[in-house]
Structure formats: C-alpha cells, structure tokens
Design a protein. Structure first.
Length: 178
C-alpha cells in the first residue's frame, strides 16, 4: 500500500499482521465541550476554529487543543501540535492587557425579563442570566459581537453597540430607497 508519510508505494513481507484498536473520544469529551463551550466534530473529537488559519485554537478565545483531543494522530504530530498550542497560549499570557471586541452586546436591564434565550443561544458563552436579579449579563471579554442574542431577544433588551434596532431600521429604509 501507499505510505502516507513517504507518499510512495511500500511492500512489506510480514508473517503476522496486527491491527490497532480504533481510537474513539472519551465520554468526558461532551462534558468538557459543554463546560468550555467548544464544538465537537461528527466523530466526537474537538473541532478547531479553522483547519488552516487557526488549527490549535477554538472559537472560544484562550482555549487551545492538541494531540488526540483533536483527532487520531501520530506521536510526532501530537508533539508538534502541543508545541503550537503552547506557543499560542504564550502570545496571550505575554500581554499585560487584553483588549475586548469593540462591537459587543449590551443588555437594557429595565426591559430584560431574564428569560435566558440569549444565554442558551450565545455561541461564545458570553451571556449569563443573574438568577437573583433576573437579568442577563454580558461578559464583554467573551462577546464577539455576532448579534445572535440581539436577534433572538423577545423583549429587545439585547442591543449591539453601534447596531441598535433603530439604527438597523434606518439602514434598511435607506437601502430600500436607493
């Protein structure tokens, strides 16, 4: 057969053939994925943010992956990926401060009902409903300004800075006139 590393046909004269056991992700992977709000692929392994541009990053900032948590791979690949993940973590840890995204969601506490729809839908885990106050609260360091919560908020309490409902309505009206 063709060797995946050499890229050449290889013939091996063997007396015995031993097959390795298939690698499957551990049951705890689902719990970890929910805890850190990171995605799994269809096989149950952790899914990177972008296969080419961010191969050791998750969409959740500051969380990295490597080795068999990502997919079955050789020890050399696992070590190389571990070094890359450590390098990425170092770039964050070396900074004195971390700048949050400019366009983030804010909650108008006067009209927020604390329904929790925004908390469930936020892909970055940036919103938590304060059980005592019964209002949603945004962690601006985690918010990426995607607008999912704003679109889903039934009371209109979730607003994106620079993209309030009135501003968007005005933009749509202007676009329709042209």
């Amino acid at each position: 057969g063709k060797d995946p590393v050499l890229g050449e046909e290889v013939a091996i004269d063997a007396d015995i053939l031993a097959l390795g056991v298939a690698m499957v992700p551990p049951e705890e992977a689902r719990e970890l994925a929910m805890l850190y709000k990171v995605p799994l692929n269809e096989d149950g392994f952790f899914l990177e943010a972008h296969v080419k541009l961010r191969p050791v990053d998750f969409a959740t900032d500051g969380v990295f992956l490597c080795g068999l948590a990502h997919a079955p791979k050789s020890i050399k690949e696992s070590i190389a990926q571990a070094k890359a993940a450590a390098s990425r973590a170092t770039t964050i840890l070396a900074k004195e401060t971390i700048t949050a995204e400019g366009i983030v969601c804010s909650i108008n506490e006067d009209i927020c009902s604390g329904c929790g729809i925004c908390e469930v839908l936020c892909p970055y885990g940036a919103i938590v409903v304060n059980k005592e106050r019964k209002v949603a609260e945004v962690n601006e360091a985690l918010c990426k300004g995607c607008g999912t919560c704003c679109a889903a908020c039934p009371s209109g309490a979730a607003q994106q800075r620079g993209f309030t409902r009135d501003q968007i309505a005005s933009m749509v009206e202007t676009a329709l006139v042209v």
